[in-house]
Every structure is written in C-alpha cells, then in structure tokens.
Design a protein around this ligand. Structure first.
Ligand code: PMV
Length: 347
C-alpha cells in the first residue's frame, strides 16, 4: 500500500518583485508578496518504494493527463533536493496536480505548483521520521526552503496573507533561503485585499522567468535595481503596517513598471505588454484620479494586469469594469482573487 500526502497551495502576487538570481536560487534582492486564495494548485503524491532497477523517479499527471513539458522542472527540483533529503531517491512519486486557474491563462503557476509539491515532501518526511518533531512554523519554513529550490517565488506561497523572501536587515528572521510569514506585520485592510486579474492574453509567456532572471546578470541597471528594491521594501513595510494606501500604490506600480522597464532595456529585450495592457493601465489611473478610490495595478512577467484594491470598494470596481472594460466580463477574461490564508493540508 502506498502512502499519500496532499496539499492545496496558493499562488502569490509580488508587490516588491524578485528579479535576478544568484546560483542556488538565491535572490539578488528581497521581495514581498500577498498570498492569494482562489488561484491555487491541488497536488497529491502517492509514495511507492522504488525498486533498484526502476529508472524513473516520478510520474506526473496534470489534471489527469501526462504533461511531459512539466517533467524537466520536476526532475531538476527532485535532483536539487537530493543533497538535503538522501532518502528521497528511494521513493517513486506518483504526482497528481490540478490548478483552479487555466494553465494557459498566463497566470504564473510555478509558485502554487512548486509550493504544493514541496509541502507534500515535507509531510512525507514527517511521516518517515515521526520522532524528529518540528513545530508548525518550522514545518512551513522548511516547506518554503524546499519550494524556493523549485521556483523562487514559490518560497512565498506557504504563508497566510503576506510573505517576505530574501535577506533584509530591518526584518528579523528574513533569509535568502526561505520566505517568512508577514501576516502579523500588515494592517487589517490588506488581509482581504482583492486581486482581480485581467487576462489580456492567455498565450504562453514569450520569456520564461528563468531567462528573465538571467538577463539581470549583465544588465546595465543591475546595481541600481537592487538598490531600488531594498529602498522600496524599506518604505513598503511601514506602509503595510499602518495601512498607508497611497504609499502602497506608489511602490506597487513603480515596481511593476520597473520590472517591464528592465525587460525592455535588456539585451535581448522583451516587450511583453500588449496594447490592451496599456489601455487598462491608463483606465486605472483615470479612474483613481476621478474617484480617489485607491485602485492600484501590478504586473508579472506577462501582459496581464492585476488590479489591487481594498475589499470595501468591490462594488464600485465591479461597476467600473462593467462600464469601462465590459469585454473583460467575458468567460475566462477576469479572475477575481483575494488575499488568502495560505496552504491547506488534505492528507
Ligand atoms: O519564481 P520565478 O522564477 O517564476 O520568478 C518570478 C518572477 C516574478 O513573478 C516576475 C516576480 C515575483 O517576485 O514573483
């Protein structure tokens, strides 16, 4: 009989972006994200003892079907874990994974997928070594550390509300190796903040985040960017604590623009924003100027626009979308997400 471990883990949206990395998935700069709730991955692993002549380490089904395209990333993740978990090689993993959001929606799935798999591995480790008890906070720290080796941003997906990843002197306990939970450091306003995602283009991204991180190694603006991220984080932390929405918006949007500015000014350059991305950005700024409603945007490494706003403005935002951007109410064009409470263990 096989043993099963199963976790649901959410995606996250970075406010201060991780962009650029050193060997071993060590970030060039610290980053901070809000944890989402609706966009998540549900992963189960059946653990079977591996026979000596068995070549394959795992079998992977995505929404019930094989997905060979995902296999190299999983294999390299397991290979990286081998030095920390010498027992891992003795097991064959039957991995089943499903997302709540369409894979082709352009929403980064690596954060939720890698964190869910990492947590399944920590749960199994607990099962194998029940005597080496670890507290809940040690459990999630370990999950975050493993998740980082799969995908940097995944290290921030295992905590409720918000997470900071990367060495930052002003934040006790912060580390380049794992994320830390920031739920106690944010104002109640952010605890149910909304993230509505306009799917401008559902196509596969034209730059992988690994290629993007790599561009930072020889970017003219590298040092300036690192300095800017530290500066933003220093200003963001008190704004998150006090609920200073004006400051939050300013940092959030500058970070999004910087990320794309860096891509547009790298060699080779990447232009991921679509005409509609710009149209939405202008619409958001006009709406904010006219209504004074604190609606902000952020953008990941793709053309989709995330709208960030306090939940108490949901009605106004819904009617603004209906009147100004009604085409986004069509099936699959808008994901209504919000800040969430972190991963859930199913078995
Ligand atoms: O975790 P990765 O390697 O997919 O990189 C994520 C990069 C951004 O999403 C653009 C920024 C971030 O901090 O999440």
């Amino acid at each position: 009989m096989s043993i099963k471990t199963q976790w649901i883990s959410p995606s996250n949206i970075a406010i201060v972006k991780y962009w650029g990395k050193l060997p071993d998935q060590i970030p060039m700069n610290p980053s901070l994200s809000l944890t989402l709730s609706e966009s998540h991955t549900n992963t189960s692993v059946h653990w079977l003892k591996r026979t000596p002549d068995e070549q394959k380490r795992f079998q992977f089904l995505f929404e019930g079907k094989p997905k060979p395209g995902f296999e190299p990333k999983i294999l390299s993740f397991l290979d990286k874990l081998d030095i920390y978990l010498p027992w891992l090689k003795d097991w064959h993993l039957e991995i089943n994974s499903a997302n709540t959001f369409p894979h082709s929606s352009g929403i980064a799935s690596s954060a939720s997928a890698m964190s869910a798999l990492a947590l399944c591995i920590v749960s199994f480790e607990q099962h194998l070594f029940p005597d080496s008890f670890i507290s809940d906070s040690q459990f999630f720290r370990r999950g975050s550390w493993f998740a980082r080796l799969g995908s940097g941003s995944a290290s921030r997906s295992v905590f409720p509300v918000a997470s900071l990843w990367g060495n930052f002197l002003q934040q006790h306990d912060s580390s380049d190796e794992f994320g830390i939970g920031m739920a106690d450091e944010v104002h109640v306003e952010f605890k149910n903040y909304c993230d509505y995602i306009f799917i401008v283009s559902g196509g596969v991204k034209s730059v992988s985040s690994s290629a993007g991180h790599d561009l930072m190694n020889r970017h003219f603006f590298r040092e300036g960017r690192i300095e800017q991220a530290f500066h933003h984080l220093k200003e963001l932390l008190p704004a998150l604590k006090t609920g200073d929405l004006e400051k939050f918006i300013q940092i959030c949007e500058t970070e999004a623009m910087t990320l794309h500015g860096l891509m547009m000014s790298s060699n080779p350059y990447y232009l991921l924003l679509q005409p509609d991305s710009l149209r939405i950005i202008h619409a958001i700024r006009n709406f904010r100027n006219e209504t004074k409603i604190p609606l902000a945007f952020t953008i990941d490494a793709g053309p989709n626009i995330h709208l960030l706003f306090p939940q108490r403005y949901q009605e106004e935002i819904e009617s603004w979308i209906e009147s100004s951007l009604p085409e986004y109410l069509a099936e699959g064009k808008l994901i209504r997400d919000l800040v969430g409470t972190g991963p859930v263990c199913l078995s």
